[in-house]
Design a protein around this ligand. Structure first.
Ligand code: SAM
Ligand code: SF4
Length: 473
């Protein structure tokens, strides 16, 4: 072949994103499932390996009682093995609901004239954080609409403010962010403010559906959204969260998209997402959406179990969008983080009232229990509520965190730190009945430890009772 300048002309082929719709569809359509195949796939997860897209499709396509039972039981076993009985608690803090985008499902969308727009002032933010600390919260996720006012400097300042607020023995030790994607410089700026996880949800991995629900504004660009966390990781953040809004498109497709996204991040940056969120669409102010793709409770439980098995070491978040009974159940199949004492109406933590005004909220929540009610119920189920923030503050995140994500890590660090943060909560905030339950659960967990660790823990708990705070290993 003779090479001419023509030979070197690069053809104009559209860029292929790392989520390939055709590939996902082909796996979903052409992967048969049987109890034997399901068993083999689950064995791989129980050995704590990530699943491929094809293996994930085996679980998604499973039908019949036997396969379904295997999946739910497998997820339950894996959850216990990797996470123990620990469940991490946090609270959302909405800082501003102005938004230039028009996401069809969201109460904050620009075209919704009924939404009462508000941005917390510095003083209001301080008061909100104080109210959260007075309940015992230690971990926040700050949420923002996408608006020119909420640039990286604004977000960073809100984070810095939250860390400076100290009410009584309270303090916020970790602030995660759920906000619009930033550019490289923006991500660097918020990282410097000491954020934990930066969450950006793709909402739907299906390009066609995405176009329908995101008609205008910056968020209309599917590819920019999909690559947002690549930019975050390139900017030096090593702790990111992905998510899909369940109900915009077929939940099976979204699970495949999430798994694909997770493996992309791991392949390129050696660090998978720290968390995956999978909120279901809830009622919102002036919401006019059809329910064709809404997932039933049964489908939702399968979704949680499949994700648990597909990405054994990624945290799964289930928020107060879902009712308490369902949350209590799904915790057993793989959820590792939940919010408690949630109020999403802007500026409402300072008031006694529970969420009622949809025109001041992004959507309707269905679990408005107080933080203590949530802690109390978890304890009753023998779970270990945790406010731990040790890994992030010791730099055990990102690639480094992945190294630690091996058997033994949870026993050595997570369970002890969960106990220490629960002990603080019991001493500082819990009413007598909760405290009694809590110390009982702590005693049960100490019983299962080596003598050496148990002695260390008892010594540290003694120091907490004496007034020392923020002890961790
Ligand atoms: N404005 C930022 C953005 O769009 O990335 C922050 C996200 S928003 C404040 C948090 C998430 O809530 C969204 O990414 C979406 O998944 C979810 N959400 C929006 N409307 C919802 C609804 N009606 N029901 C349940 N979740 C909803
Ligand atoms: Fe704005 Fe985010 Fe709501 Fe979309 S989801 S309208 S970007 S706040």
């Amino acid at each position: 072949m003779k090479f001419t300048p023509e030979t070197y002309r690069i053809p104009d082929i559209p860029m292929q994103p790392f989520v390939d719709e055709g590939e996902i569809r082909a796996f979903l359509d052409n992967t048969p499932s049987s109890p034997e195949r399901v068993r083999r796939v689950i064995d791989k997860s129980l050995a704590k390996n990530r699943l491929s897209l094809e293996e994930t499709a085996v679980l998604i396509n499973a039908t019949g009682d036997e396969s379904e039972g295997l999946i739910m039981e497998g997820a339950r076993a894996l959850k216990t093995e990797v996470y123990g009985n620990r469940i991490v608690l946090f609270a959302p803090l909405y800082v501003g609901n102005k938004c230039a985008n028009n996401c069809a499902y969201c109460g904050f969308r620009a075209s919704n004239r009924e939404q009462v727009r508000k941005t917390l002032s510095h003083d209001e933010l301080v008061k909100e954080v104080e109210a959260l600390e007075e309940c015992g919260q230690k971990r926040l996720i700050m949420v923002f609409g996408e608006h020119a006012e909420y640039g990286p400097e604004f977000i960073a300042e809100a984070v810095r403010t939250a860390y400076t607020v100290k009410k009584g023995r309270g303090e916020i030790r970790r602030v995660n962010i759920n906000a619009a994607p930033l550019d490289l410089e923006g991500f660097r700026l918020v990282k410097e403010a000491g954020i934990g996880t930066y969450q950006v949800f793709q909402e739907t991995y299906h390009r066609g559906a995405y176009a329908i629900y995101h008609p205008q504004g910056k968020k209309a660009d599917y590819d920019a959204r999909l690559t947002a966390l690549d930019r975050a990781l390139e900017a030096g953040l090593d702790d990111v969260g992905i998510g899909a809004l369940i109900g915009l498109y077929d939940w099976r497709f979204e699970v495949m998209g999430l798994v694909r996204h997770a493996s992309h991040l791991e392949a390129c940056y050696n660090v998978g997402p720290h968390t995956i969120s999978f909120p279901r669409i809830k009622d919102a102010s002036m919401l006019r959406m059809g329910g064709h793709y809404f997932a039933s409770d049964g489908e939702f439980a399968r979704l949680v179990a499949v994700l648990r098995l597909a990405v054994p070491y990624t945290g799964l978040i289930l928020t107060a969008r879902e009712p308490a009974e369902l949350r209590n159940e799904l915790i057993r199949y793989g959820v590792s983080q939940i919010d408690g004492g949630t109020k999403i109406e802007l500026g409402s933590y300072v008031s006694e009232q529970r969420n009622i005004n949809l025109n001041r909220s992004q959507f309707r929540i269905n679990d408005d229990r107080s933080l203590n009610e949530v802690v109390d119920e978890l304890l009753l189920q023998g779970m270990l509520p945790s406010f731990c923030t040790a890994c992030y503050r010791l730099g055990r995140t990102g690639e480094h965190f992945m190294e630690f994500s091996v058997p033994g890590f949870i026993k050595r660090y997570c369970t002890p730190n969960a106990i220490l943060t629960l002990a603080e909560y019991l001493v500082d905030y819990a009413p007598a009945r909760t405290a009694e339950r809590g110390w009982k659960v702590i005693a049960e967990n100490l019983d299962g430890m080596s003598e050496h660790l148990r002695n260390e823990m008892q010594e540290k708990i003694g120091r907490i009772r004496q007034g020392e705070r923020d002890l961790y290993r």
